[in-house]
Every structure is written in C-alpha cells, then in structure tokens.
Design a protein around this ligand. Structure first.
Ligand SMILES: Nc1ncnc2c1ncn2[C@@H]1O[C@H](COP(=O)(O)OP(=O)(O)OP(=O)(O)O)[C@@H](O)[C@H]1O
Length: 482
C-alpha cells in the first residue's frame, strides 16, 4: 500500500497554486491512496498523468514531467535572511520538506516563490501572486476572499521598487516598502473545507496583529491534511517591527500560545521565523538569533534606535555645517581686517608723526578754557631740546624782548629758529596760545613761517618754532655787528 503521506506535492510556484484547488489536490491524493502502487515506475507515471491534470491545464502552465518526491527535493536556504528559530523547532529540517526559496527547476515552468515581492522575481503575468484564500475553491468567491487578497494587482513599476529584504506593503499607496517578519508554519490536521478568513482572524488577533498585516505568499501540501505555508507579516506602523514585537510574535508562536479553532486547523508547528529590520545600525543589520536567545523585552527597539539616529544625524550635520560656516566667516573677516589695517597703516605712515603730535596735543592739558591751536604742529619739548642740542648757548641766534632765539634742526632735517619765551603766568600762556593761533593762520612771503610750538602751563614753558632765516638779522646787515 502506498504511503500517501510520503508524497509531497511540491508546488513551488504560488501562481500555480492559485489554480490548483484544494479539493482537486485532495482528490488527487485520494486517488493515489486508493490505488495500490507496488511499482515505483507506475507511481511515477501516475504522477506524471496527474501533473497534467485539468487544474494544471487551467493555468496554462507547462506540464511538469516529474513532480518531485520528498527525497528528491532540493534543499534551499535563505542566504540573506536572518532567522529567529522558533522555540521547540527541530534542529534538523523536518522530513516533510524544506522551506523553499530558490527557483524551482526550470523544467517545471514554475516561477520562483513569491516571497520576493520586492522585485527580485518578476511577477508572472499568467500567475498572479498566490494566496491562501486561493487554495480553496470555496474561497474563490470575491466576497469571501480574505482582506489581503482583495488588494489589486501591483503595478509593474511598483512591484520592483523595494530594496533588499523589503516587501511592498499591501493596501498602501505607491511604493511603500517595509521590513517584514517572514513565517513558515506547518499546519497540521487541516480540515477539508477550512474557513481561511476565520483562520486568519484567529491567527492575527492572537498575535496582536491585524489581518491586513498578514500576507500569505507561499504554501504547499506536505500530506493530505498538512499544509506548509509561508507568510509575510508587515508592520502596521513604521517600516519594521521592533525587537519586542518580533520577540512577542516569536514567543507566542513558539510557545503555542496561538490557539486555533480545531475545526480549522488541528495544530501547527512553527518552522521558521525571520525578522528583518533596517540595516542602518553599526552592528549586524539584521538579527540572527534563536528565539531562546532573543530577549523577551529589549530595552530599545531597533526602529527606535534607527529613528533616533535619523533624528540625530541631521542635527549633527546642521551643527557641524553651522560651525564650519561661522569659522569660515570669522577667518574671512580677520583676513579682511588685517588687509584693511595694513593698507591704512601704509597710507597713514607719512602722517604718523603728525598724528602722534596731534595726539600729544590732546594729551596736554588745555590752558583754562582755551583750546590748543590745531592749525600748526605741536612739537615736544624733547624734540626741541634735541634740535638745539639742549639749548646750548652756541646755538643762540639772538635775543629779543620776549627771550632768546636758538638755531636748531628738527628730526626731519628742517632748519628752524626756536624762540624760548621767558614770560610766564596763566595770562601769558593764554596770550601765547592766541598768538600761536594767529601766527599759524598768517601766510605771507614776507612773514617767517611758523613751523610749530610747544606749551606747558605747569612748567611755564612756551616755545615758538619758525623757519630759519639763514642770512642773519637786518640789524647785523645794517650795522655789521652780526
Ligand atoms: N627766523 C629767524 N631766523 C634767524 N634769526 C632770527 C629769526 N628770528 C629771530 N632771529 C634772531 O633772533 C633775534 C631776536 O629776535 P626776536 O624776534 O626775538 O627779537 P627782535 O624781533 O629782534 O625784537 P623784539 O623782541 O622786540 O621783536 C633777532 O635779532 C634775529 O637775529
């Protein structure tokens, strides 16, 4: 007697399953069980005949010359996915088959399993995405199709828009890609006519999910009442599940906290659970830990970390950018200031002495309310003293009614006659300054030009500095005694 449960109708394309009705498959299994296959060749031939059953023809799919038997099933792996191995899941792959991820043999003419909704596998036009509701003929009535199935087909442009490990979120507008949790579950003792809507309701609600978050992407029968299903669970909000959410789903399924109606499914076994999350964290982008290692409650979710990083990163960039701008502006300002100062210093060099002298004038206390004359130079006493060699007697040119006149040379080489006034007192100081103001404003070719002056009220020092008239005095020329 053929052990019918050893047959695995390995339907690798979800698209095929949409047309392979549950009842047809069961009839096929029943037919096989009724027949006694003593000859393996006969069994294979029978399978060949069944492979081109009307259900397959309905698909317009190429006939499968050989339906793979369990022992011949290729082992497929998920190379870029990270799994949360369920609690209690067998360490070795179960003997009823392996999770299929790779493309089936080309001879089967079937497409790759539809887990690659992100676009790595082009959707077959003739094979719409499979869904569990499409298993049963009873579910083909649109009114009874679960909510996930009621979604319209994906536009071609959108179906390829998701990045690695992401899936398109059904029911969203545009290219809304999220990181899913992928589940592989073996349903045992599945009833002959299950209400999949009810199953999904129970399954989702006990996991704290919405039915719309669950999308069944692949399934295949492993026995007459066993069904291996793969599903994507997409986050309701955000782009990925948090660690605590993933751990919660994992523990609920692993610990069999999800109780399904026995009228639908007798039991289930969690084969694989894979949690995807954004690869932005510096550590491993996706967790690869067993459920036993998974902390029940992580202190912070990856999504939260990612969000905070996303928030912090722009602010950090903003701060750095502002700092750089401020630094650049400061440097440019300093350069411009230095340039202006150097130019100003260069231009003002000839007047340096004048400025210094004028500054000295301001430093000298005013005589009463009388301001110092600004129309002529204020000469320092030290300069006059140096010019006359400390007013040495040998430099005396003559002496008038107000004091002696000394010959001297200023620091700039100007030959001058310095008259040292002997009269003092505040009244004399005032008269002196008035005279200086007047003399400085008088300009005539017959008048000796006033070069500058010095006045110190406290020291009763008042000096006038004229241009030197080198030819001596008129008296000397007239009387010849100069
Ligand atoms: N700019 C000058 N260049 C050359 N020698 C001068 C100059 N000014 C004055 N002296 C000399 O100093 C002498 C004194 O001049 P000062 O002007 O003080 O007196 P005075 O003009 O001679 O008489 P008074 O003081 O009455 O005006 C002059 O006789 C002249 O020889």
């Amino acid at each position: 007697m053929l052990q019918i449960n050893k047959f695995r109708f390995f339907i690798q394309s979800g698209g095929l399953l949409e047309e392979v009705h549950w009842s047809v498959l069961k009839q096929l299994l029943l037919l096989c069980s009724l027949l006694s296959f003593s000859d393996a060749n006969l069994r294979d031939k029978m399978l060949e005949r069944e492979a081109v059953s009307p259900a397959t023809v309905l698909l317009d799919a190429p006939a499968m010359p050989e339906l793979p038997l369990p022992a011949k099933l290729p082992f497929f792996h998920k190379p870029h996915r990270n799994r949360l191995n369920p609690y209690g899941a067998p360490a070795q792959p179960p003997n009823y088959g392996h999770y299929v991820i790779s493309a089936p043999p080309s001879s089967s003419g079937l497409s790759k399993p539809s887990m690659e909704k992100s676009g790595t596998v082009p959707a077959s036009a003739s094979l719409p995405p499979p869904h569990l509701a499409e298993i049963s003929p009873a579910q083909r009535d649109p009114s009874t199709i679960p909510a996930g199935l009621a979604q319209p087909p994906l536009p071609p442009g959108i179906s390829n828009c998701c990045g690695p490990d992401m899936v398109l979120k059904r029911g969203s507008h545009g290219c809304h890609c999220v990181y899913p949790i992928k589940l592989d579950i073996l349903l045992l003792n599945v009833s002959s006519d299950p209400n999949w809507n009810l199953f999904l309701d129970q399954f989702a609600s006990q996991l704290g999910l919405r039915v719309s978050q669950i999308e069944l992407i692949n399934f295949y029968m492993v026995s007459i009442s066993g069904l291996n299903i793969s599903m994507d669970i997409t986050p309701h909000t955000g782009i990925s599940f948090s660690a605590s959410e993933a751990a919660g789903i994992n523990s609920s399924l692993s610990a069999h906290k999800v109780h399904l109606d026995p009228a639908l499914v007798g039991d289930y076994q969690l084969l694989n659970i894979t949690w995807f999350k954004p690869p932005l964290l510096p550590q491993a982008p996706v967790s690869n830990m067993s459920p036993a290692e998974a902390p029940p409650n992580l202190p912070s979710t990856p999504a939260a970390l990612v969000t905070s990083k996303k928030v912090k990163r722009p602010s950090l960039i903003l701060v750095i950018g502002l700092g750089a701008i401020i630094l650049i502006v400061a440097v440019i300002s300093v350069v411009i200031l230095c340039f202006c100062l150097s130019r100003r210093e260069k231009h003002s060099k000839p007047f340096k002495e004048t400025v210094a002298k004028q500054t000295s004038v301001e430093a000298i206390p005013a005589v009463g309310s009388l301001r110092h004359p600004t129309s002529t130079r204020f000469l320092t006493y030290e300069e006059l003293k140096e010019a006359t060699n400390n007013f040495e007697p040998g430099s005396i040119l003559g002496e008038g009614g107000f004091g002696r006149v000394f010959k001297g040379v200023l620091s700039d080489g100007t030959a001058v006659a310095i008259k040292r006034l002997s009269s003092g007192g505040q009244q004399g100081d005032k008269e002196f300054l008035v005279e200086v103001e007047m003399l400085s404003r008088l300009h005539h070719r017959n008048l000796v030009k006033l070069v500058g002056y010095y006045s110190n009220r406290d020291a009763s020092q008042n000096l006038l500095c004229y241009e030197l008239v080198p030819n001596g005095s008129l008296e000397a020329w007239l009387h010849g005694n100069g």
